[in-house]
Design a protein around this ligand. Structure first.
Ligand SMILES: Cc1cc2nc3c(=O)[nH]c(=O)nc-3n(C[C@H](O)[C@H](O)[C@H](O)COP(=O)(O)OP(=O)(O)OC[C@H]3O[C@@H](n4cnc5c(N)ncnc54)[C@H](O)[C@@H]3O)c2cc1C
Length: 346
């Protein structure tokens, strides 16, 4: 376990590049260290913030008055068999996109449509990370955790993870579960999972529901993501974000009927509809590039709020509030932020 210099600014650890100092920041590189560290802090009732890649966090300018535990654990264990496919047990601190690359190289399919998402494996169950018609809930076998309430290790099967669109029990009970490792169960083969997302299918020149070589799916996804500023790039302020800032609203039939007839609708298995937060934001008058200079909507993607270089957390919060209240006035819907807000609120 290593202590970072005291007063480490969290702006240096988050992709939005905002956030004031942590009282203390420790880096843990083994699971034993991670558990010892969190147990010890909990015993002293010290505030703890678990930090992965910092790509889904908006930290206040005052910083975090407690200990930030930065996870750098490592370990990949792969078991394959012709009947159960590949079972990969991955430490929380492993980089997500490197895992995706490895699965494609070793011909385990299922993660390819989630190429290019920043962050670490341990955070993926938190908001049931997903993109282009895939989500980790489709591929997770188990999530191994330390329950900070009961002080016990606890392993969850997918049915007990409470996975839903951009959510899980781990996000709902934020801070309770420390995710130690995640097991993925993947099919053997070089072809992708069936492509569910029309834009991706069009890019690949196939019909929705067909498969394509997983490497080609990755390249197509990365191309689409780059065009939207959704692949991290130090030189491109459109990627100084937390990805999508608002989730797409899930609506019942009455709420959907109250929207204009041309509002996008995507039916969900439970009978409700998902609509597009980006569409609502644009129709409420907030276009790409909207903002005051320091914090702006990305010039490539309406859903990403970005730091143009000098933004503080307060600038991003102000912009997010303005957008949320504009959408509420126009449509009566309250947008929900996707990133975890630390020390600030909308
Ligand atoms: C450019 C860009 C594009 C993105 N695209 C997508 C996308 O397509 N789809 C998508 O779903 N998301 C996307 N995101 C959001 C983000 O990358 C994911 O949510 C990612 O999984 C966050 O991982 P992280 O390691 O950076 O988590 P962090 O930001 O470090 O943490 C996020 C939350 O999880 C908690 N946490 C992290 N690790 C653990 C752990 N091991 N145990 C317990 N709690 C933990 C933290 O305390 C925090 O509350 C994007 C972000 C950016 C910047």
């Amino acid at each position: 376990m290593a202590d970072a210099p005291s007063g480490a600014r969290l702006a240096n650890y988050t992709t939005l590049r905002v956030g004031g100092p942590a009282r203390r920041l420790v880096v843990v590189s083994s699971e034993a260290e991670l558990l010892d560290c969190v147990r010890d802090l909990d015993a002293k009732s010290e505030p703890v913030l678990i930090l992965g890649g910092g790509s889904n966090l908006l930290v206040a300018d005052v910083g975090f008055d407690g200990t930030v535990v930065k996870i750098e654990t490592s370990g990949v264990d792969v078991q394959t068999s012709s009947c159960s496919g590949a079972i990969l047990s991955i430490a929380a601190g492993e980089d997500w996109d490197s895992l995706v690359v490895r699965t494609i190289e070793e011909e385990y399919c299922g993660l390819e449509a989630m190429s290019g998402i920043p962050g670490l494996v341990g955070a993926t169950p938190m908001q049931n990370v997903g993109a282009y018609g895939a989500e980790v809930a489709d591929s997770i076998g188990t999530v191994r955790t330390y329950d900070r309430h009961t002080r016990q290790l606890r392993t969850f099967a997918p049915a007990d993870c409470g996975f839903s669109y951009r959510s899980s029990r781990f996000k709902i009970e934020l801070g309770r579960y420390l995710i130690l490792s995640v097991t993925f169960q993947l099919r053997l083969g070089s072809l992708s999972a069936p492509i569910r997302y029309p834009e991706l299918a069009r890019t690949l020149g196939i019909e929705v529901g067909r498969r394509a070589p997983a490497g080609e799916v990755r390249e197509a996804v990365l191309g689409l993501r780059r065009a939207k500023g959704m692949v991290l790039d130090d030189q491109d302020h459109d990627t100084w974000s937390a990805g999508s800032f608002f989730t797409n609203p899930i609506l019942d039939a009455n709420q959907m009927a109250a929207l204009p007839p041309d509002a996008p609708k995507f039916p969900l298995p439970d009978g409700r509809m998902k609509t597009s937060a980006a569409w609502l934001i644009e129709q409420a008058g907030f276009r790409k590039g909207y903002g005051d200079g320091a914090a702006q909507i990305s010039s490539k993607h309406t859903l990403a709020l970005t730091n143009r270089g000098s933004a503080r957390a307060a600038d991003l919060v102000r912009l997010a509030r303005e957008i949320r209240s504009g959408v509420q006035s126009a449509f009566g819907l309250i947008l929900v932020p996707e990133p975890v807000l630390v020390g600030c609120q909308l």
